[in-house]
Design a protein around this ligand. Structure first.
Ligand code: FAD
Length: 377
């Protein structure tokens, strides 16, 4: 593979019209696939391109909030082949066990360069079409035909906000966690943080330090014990996954959805700032909310930490995306379109495949299948 001269200039078309393999998305999942494709196709003359619509490396991590830290330590947050350094040199921060978002951005940029991955950006893929002999990838920089396509578009472009009655009429500030940067705009306000997962806990931990904030959840948040970090969590979640696969009692208590007590969450919890837990909002009014018991109150702002769905719009014309927003796969390969693979996204494409440490396994299996497909066609 040859490294791409990116970023492309404004309006500059892609300098090729065909690649044997096109990977859509250049976040951590796309890079892991690129790494394994490099190896699986080493002895061939197959051509590969990764197309990513962001101006710089990092995928979703470019959009994380300012203080975002991983819940997994550096050695448990690495892509195949190259460990995430425990502390990036030259940064004005103390070494931290839990890498900062910017550490991941630096790491993913270094990863691309280290393995000379052919990432072309910014290139937005609009659609994938079936054509005789393969697939055509339609982009804003021209079309590319391919014999195989790997979709690794992640989820951040598709934030989910629940459909609560009256939401459109609410006049206060609303923000999804994908657009949240820092607590500063909420100082002194009455704020609801909606969502009982790790994002909700981390956002509430810092918003509650400057605002009158409550936590709106569907069920009581489950905090992992303070000494359970990403290492233990991944081990326990892996054991649980395999037990369930084998029809056995999972036995172990932790899941990847439980709240990890990263230092800011632990501090906020110890200070009693995560205790004002509320049930789901019954409906919005122009300046507040009504709770299920009928009582109402004024609210200035709502931060939705309510997750994402897979960003699969480019696959719409292939007719493979189900009503639940997923694609039926065997491993990572689409059942309905055997020239299409999907990597990342979540458990449905492989255990822990939405995490840095977990995506390597499904990326490797995908690269092997793609190589076999190319050699058989
Ligand atoms: P992305 O990073 O979203 O990359 C997909 C890329 O494809 C993006 O650049 C996107 O712009 C691009 N793209 C999308 N559509 C198109 C298109 N049509 N054409 C071209 N390009 C396109 N993981 C861990 O391992 N450890 C952690 O501690 C951890 N903490 C997290 C904390 C939070 C708050 C969140 C939200 C996530 C966390 N994660 C963590 C998970 C991880 O960050 C994401 O799941 C991960 O970024 C997904 O990687 P990806 O490559 O699948 O998608």
């Amino acid at each position: 593979m040859t490294r791409s001269p990116t970023p492309l200039a404004d309006g500059e078309p892609l300098p090729f019209r065909h690649r044997d393999v096109v990977v859509v998305g250049g976040g951590q999942a796309g890079l892991a696939v690129g790494y394994h494709l490099t190896r699986a196709l080493r002895a061939t003359d197959a051509t590969v391109a990764l197309l990513d619509d962001q101006p710089t490396p990092g995928g979703a991590w470019r959009h994380g909030w300012d203080s975002l830290r991983l819940f997994s330590p550096a050695e448990w947050s690495s892509l195949p082949g190259y460990l995430l350094p425990r502390h990036q040199a030259g940064r004005d921060r103390a070494p931290a066990e839990y890498p900062h978002r910017d550490d991941v951005l630096d790491y993913l940029g270094a990863y691309e360069a280290r393995y000379e991955l052919p990432v072309w950006r910014p290139v937005h893929v609009r659609a994938v079409h079936r054509v005789p002999g393969g697939l055509r990838v339609e982009t804003d920089r021209g079309d590319v035909t391919a014999r195989a396509v790997v979709s690794a578009t992640g989820t951040w472009a598709e934030p989910v906000v629940p459909d609560v009655p009256g939401l459109d009429a609410f006049g206060g500030l609303q923000l999804h966690s994908s657009a949240y940067r820092s607590p500063a705009p909420f100082a002194g306000q009455r704020v609801l943080v909606v969502g009982g997962g790790n994002s909700g806990a981390q956002v509430l931990a810092e918003v509650s330090a400057v605002a009158d904030a409550s936590w709106v959840v569907e069920r009581e948040p489950r905090f992992l014990p303070a000494d359970v970090d990403g290492r233990v969590l991944f081990d326990a979640a892996t054991a649980r996954y395999h037990a369930l696969q084998n029809g056995e009692d999972p036995g172990r208590p932790y899941t990847l959805g439980d709240v990890v007590q990263v230092p800011p969450v632990r501090e906020a919890r110890e200070a009693g700032r995560l205790t004002d837990v509320r049930p789901p909002i019954a409906r919005f009014t122009p300046d507040g909310v009504v709770w299920p018991d009928g009582s109402g109150e004024h609210v200035d702002a709502v931060v939705w930490c309510t997750g994402f769905r897979p960003a699969l719009a480019p696959l719409a014309l292939l007719g493979v995306v189900r009503a639940d927003g997923r694609v039926e796969t065997e491993g990572t390969r689409s059942v309905a379109e055997p020239r299409l693979w999907l990597v990342g996204y979540g458990q449905w494409t492989g255990f822990a495949s939405a995490t840095l440490v977990g995506v390597g396994r499904s990326a490797r299996a995908t690269a092997r299948e793609v190589a076999a497909h190319l050699s058989s066609a």
